[in-house]
Design a protein around this ligand. Sequence first.
Ligand code: GDP
Ligand code: MG
Length: 394
Amino acid sequence: TKQQYVRTKPHLNIGTMGHVDHGKTTLTAAITKVLAERDGTNRYVAFDRIDRAPEEIERGITITIAHVEYETPTRHYAHVDMPGHADYVKNMITGAAQLDGAVLVVSAQDGAMPQTREHVVLARRIGVEHLVVALNKADLVEDEDLLDLVELEVRELLTRYGFDGEAVPVVRVSGLRALDGDPRWTQRILHLLEAVDEHVPIPPRRLDLPFLMPIENVLTITGRGTVVTGAVEQGVLSVGDAVEVVGLGPAVASVATGLETFGKPMERAEAGDNAAVLLRGVKRGEVRRGQVVCLPGSVRPHTRFRADVHVLSAAEGGRRTPFAANYRPQFHFRTSDVVGVVTLAEGVTVVRPGEAASLTVELGQPIAMSAGLGFAMREGRLTVAAGTVREVLD
Ligand code: GDP
Ligand code: MG
């Protein structure tokens, strides 16, 4: 039988972000290795296990996506390592909506690069307020003055995009050398984790609100039924509770007959947890990524809303040219991705990269939403804008 999940420390969701090849996955592996060598509660997760496709990480009824799990002396973390390919941002929006903080990985050799900027902009817009910088590949830069310069540049970048660049901890690390077990660099990994423990506050969990979990993945367990996984956004859910799956079509009613986190059964899932929910009587094709699991009757899906957006400049990963009314990008809310058509405010004919704008949007499919929800607008590989729902219309 499986070991029950025991809640002994506060649980936080964090992730690595930063430009491709700056060492996010290597650093993630190094964190698990250094912690595993320090105590028995942690398990080393090697580089190729982290980089692997989500579908392959199926264990019991849990699918862990790109999450790894570890504990520091004071906290339990679920850590998302976002893949380095072109739809990084899409994954980041999914994960970032739930991130309590993030480790921004910047190569000390290259400094901040376009994707560094894009992720910082998105972090700000999607509501990831607490960052710690890992100045990685510090083993490759011997000149301390050069390291100081790169650090200064990163702090300035953070300040420019609304973070407190002066106060953000910047820790010089080498994920690769720490993986090799070099004590100088394993020590730095511990410093980085101390900075995360100290700088990322325990977020207020909205336990009193009705249960809501965006679906990240759906899988079938032969003989048991359909399981949906995701990060619980608000509320609590106990085994045996009635639920409803909402969005992208008619609602589906069910009962949660099993709950797990990281492969361990639990009686109760609560806001902030990564959960796998076994749904009674639901067939695989009936539910999908982009819907939410919620308390019956608590959420209504909507297609029209008013929003405030920040349109990304080309340097931030956005368009080079303005867009006009009737523009049709993809809208990413939580784990969903639907097309929508844009109406501009009266008197406005175009919206330029780098500008702030007020838009009215009509989505092609209804999505569970309420005022305050963050989203991104994308077109092909570009992140056109990041925004917040101001008012739900219908
Ligand atoms: P990601 O795309 O940000 O996930 O980057 P990866 O973790 O895949 O690393 C990209 C490359 O940089 C790989 O060849 C790593 O071995 C190398 N690398 C990562 N971290 C370090 C480091 O701290 N020092 C050195 N010298 N190389 C590193
Ligand atoms: Mg990677």
